[in-house]
Design a protein around this ligand. Structure first.
Ligand SMILES: Nc1ncnc2c1ncn2[C@@H]1O[C@H](COP(=O)(O)OP(=O)(O)O)[C@@H](O)[C@H]1O
Ligand SMILES: CC(=O)N[C@@H](CCC(=O)OP(=O)(O)O)C(=O)O
Length: 256
């Protein structure tokens, strides 16, 4: 069976109850298929920036990452957020291995436009390490910190990181957020979206901010792997069991 990649971000990181509920579901799913967890942690980074009196600037939903901020962003995402999830997974009886995009050459990472600072874009790399871990029923828990060929650390948007993992492993992808899925102008859930509808909703300003990055990443993955990608909420993890049964939850993004 195809591996399942679940991406969590936002307020999920740091919400112990939500983490337990989701990790219990992942433990169920792992009985029938390989599972990977990719995570962000924008709000933790935000907290650290505020505590340190450092300014946050975002362009197109991406955090402008200065050399001064980088050590804290790495600490918050690859350190605190990653190890917290690993510890919570242990408590749920899983066998997690905490990783970043830097490990096992799993991706190729290059700096994006200089206006973003140390922000990376990624393409699929080598799947050997991940396949080895999945073959032994480990749960890879992957943060979105990467590095380029010169050894420079780069901050990668976690939705983009999850997309590349799906491309690398030809896996099914679930992007979980704090909303039920993509909402229309009247805040109603859209159960499916095509590329053309996505363009219209972005142009009309209905899809904005972090959701723009998320739907674009979902569309790129759907096109590449030839499977719909689901955007749903981590607040209803039981809906993931429905998805495993091919029933709908959240918003399904179709390749065309
Ligand atoms: N059309 C939309 N439908 C749903 N959420 C949207 C939409 N447009 C913008 N958003 C915002 O995008 C957020 C999710 O993106 P983001 O904060 O990056 O999520 P995460 O941190 O979980 O990756 C939602 O909480 C919501 O505020
Ligand atoms: C370049 C960029 O924007 N990186 C993100 C990485 C974390 C992330 O994506 O977290 P969520 O999934 O919680 O949004 C950041 O620094 O916030």
């Amino acid at each position: 069976m195809k591996p399942l990649i679940v991406k969590v971000g936002g307020a999920f990181i740091g919400d112990a109850k939500a983490a337990k509920a989701l990790l219990d579901v992942l433990a169920q799913l792992q009985k029938s298929r390989p599972v990977l967890l990719v995570h962000g942690g924008g709000p933790i980074v935000e907290e650290w920036m505020q505590a340190l009196n450092l300014k946050t600037v975002k362009i197109d939903g991406l955090r402008v990452t200065t050399p001064e901020q980088m050590p804290y962003i790495v600490g918050a995402l690859a350190g605190t957020a990653n190890k917290q999830l690993v510890a919570q997974a242990i408590a749920c009886g899983l066998n997690p291995v905490g990783l970043a995009l830097t490990d096992g050459a799993m991706v190729n990472c290059q700096p994006m436009d200089a206006k973003y600072g140390a922000v990376g874009s990624v393409t699929p790399g080598n799947a050997t390490l991940l396949k080895l871990l999945l073959s032994q029923d480990f749960l890879p828990v992957i943060s979105s910190i990467g590095a380029d060929q010169s050894g420079q650390l780069l901050n990668v948007n976690a939705d983009q990181a999850a997309t590349v993992m799906a491309q690398l492993l030809h896996a099914e992808l679930l992007l979980l957020s704090d909303v039920a899925g993509v909402l229309d102008a009247d805040k109603q859930l859209l159960s499916e979206l095509s590329a053309a509808q996505i363009r219209e909703l972005i142009d009309a300003g209905v899809i904005r901010d972090g959701m723009t990055v998320k739907v674009e990443a979902a569309l790129a993955a759907a096109k590449d792997i030839g499977l719909p990608v689901t955007i749903a909420s981590w607040k209803q993890p039981e809906s993931l069991l429905r998805l495993a049964d091919n029933q709908s939850a959240g918003t399904r993004i179709y390749p065309d």
